[in-house]
Design a protein around this ligand. Structure first.
Ligand SMILES: [Zn+2]
Length: 134
């Protein structure tokens, strides 16, 4: 029985590795923004961290974080296999997130990070972005 679970878990992890970044969550946020009539954002502009979305004029960078890759405190579960590898990997990602945030702030950017699991609270996300871009 436990083998069944670890197999399932392994394939979940593998599909995350194969999946192209967080394309799906980005598409969801793009849809929310469009529905809210928020325009003027660009994707993957060449500024530190290549934010998923950015508003150049207002200097607001928005990142959509996959709960697994960014170690979401609510959702992240360390895979059973290769724990040391995954722990180091995710900690490295979080460290990079913090460093990107610092670099952007020093350049005068406001940084908004949205976790994948929060995307269901569309109103709150839209309000937050609206407020940031004034
Ligand atoms: Zn989460």
């Amino acid at each position: 029985m436990s083998d069944v679970f670890s197999k399932q878990r392994r394939s979940e992890v593998m599909s995350r590795i194969r999946g192209k970044g967080n394309e799906k969550t980005e598409v969801r946020l793009a849809k929310l923004l469009r529905e809210a009539g928020i325009k003027s954002w660009r994707r993957h502009q060449p500024i530190p961290g290549r934010p998923d979305f950015s508003f150049r004029k207002q200097k607001v960078a928005v990142f959509v974080d996959g709960c697994f890759w960014h170690g979401c405190p609510r959702c992240f579960r360390l895979p059973k296999q290769n724990r040391a590898f995954w722990k180091a990997k995710i900690e490295g990602n979080r460290k990079r997130d913090r460093s990107v945030k610092g670099r952007l702030r020093r350049l005068g950017w406001k940084v908004i990070r949205i976790r994948e699991c929060r995307l269901k609270h569309a109103d709150r996300i839209v309000a937050k972005i609206r407020q940031a871009i004034g």
